[in-house]
Design a protein around this ligand. Structure first.
Ligand SMILES: C[S@@+](CC[C@H](N)C(=O)[O-])C[C@H]1O[C@@H](n2cnc3c(N)ncnc32)[C@H](O)[C@@H]1O
Length: 277
């Protein structure tokens, strides 16, 4: 079962803020004029980046002024995007201290520290009162959490009745040995995949009503192929991209993701649900 300390160490970069700042300056940006769009190549840490976030969150009916939960928020890219797009407050929580510390500075750079608050902590035990949040979502996090029954019970607890909740995770489709490393794990000791049917059942057991599911397989493969084509055409990756966050193993992880998805072993899936009124 993935140990939270090992998971957090897996994601820790060591000098992330400074590397992001250096990449922005190399692009001719200054901290004073950095925008949400400028940060998107590095702060959306999931398949499909900003495009995937937009497709996913637009299904969640977040209403203006509400307080929305981002479980496993990472650097807070989806949180800042959602706060800006839907005029909401977003409360993020993430295990990795460096992601939260860096994410808080990124919020200050774009003037969103009031609209987006990021907390360090575990999704399995969140420091929020029962029913405190008006809705929520989780993007590419469940792959590191074995106790998904406990996870969905905890999420259900902190949401108000009637709240929408969405999951966009990499899920297990068919049996077969995965090629490692992948972005969330170097081997299977920190990987904990479940099938869409298992997610659905655990969400229903927690009390959610599952409304829709979308398999994002085709979108994922075209996203990876586009990224590779652009990198080849430009003679290397852009100055700011996920390689700044992931480091030297980025190309191997991308290649393995294409193989694992093409083989039908895994796929990114969206599940949209609602807490009962
Ligand atoms: C692939 S990143 C995705 C980050 C963010 N959701 C995004 O899409 O940009 C996975 C994130 O899940 C976080 N995470 C893993 N296990 C967690 C747990 N038990 N509680 C909270 N966060 C967790 C990691 O720290 C990491 O930031």
């Amino acid at each position: 079962m993935p140990n939270e300390k090992v998971v957090s160490e897996h994601y820790t970069h060591g000098d992330l803020l400074s590397d992001i700042e250096t990449a922005l300056i190399t692009q001719g940006k200054t901290i004073a004029d950095v925008t949400l769009e400028d940060l998107a190549p590095v702060d959306e840490f999931h398949i499909g980046g900003r495009r995937a976030t937009e497709h996913f969150l637009d299904q969640l009916n977040f209403t203006s002024q509400s307080n929305i939960l981002d479980v496993g928020c990472g650097l807070g890219g989806p949180a800042r995007f959602a706060a800006d797009r839907y005029n909401i407050h977003v409360t993020g929580i993430d295990l990795t201290p460096e992601f939260i510390e860096t994410g808080q500075v990124l919020c200050q750079w774009v003037g969103m520290e009031e609209q987006v608050t990021l907390h360090q902590g575990s999704a399995l035990s969140m420091p929020f009162a029962d029913g405190a949040l008006d809705g929520g979502y989780m993007i590419h996090v469940g792959m590191n959490i074995a106790d998904k029954a406990g996870l969905f019970r905890e999420i259900y607890r902190v949401l108000r009745p009637g709240a929408h909740f969405g999951v966009y995770d990499v899920m297990r489709l068919n049996d077969g040995d995965l090629c490692y490393p992948v972005p969330w794990a170097n081997d299977d000791s920190t990987s904990s995949l479940a099938s869409p049917a298992e997610y659905r059942q655990l969400m229903v057991d927690a009390g959610f009503v599952v409304m829709t599911e979308n398999n994002r397989h085709d979108f994922a493969l075209s996203f990876f192929q586009d990224t590779i084509a652009k990198t080849k055409a430009a003679g290397g990756p852009p100055t700011l991209g996920l390689h700044v966050l992931i480091g030297a193993t980025t190309a191997a992880k991308m290649k393995n993701m294409i193989e694992n998805i093409s083989a039908g072993y895994i796929t990114p899936m969206e599940i949209i649900a609602q807490k009962q009124e």
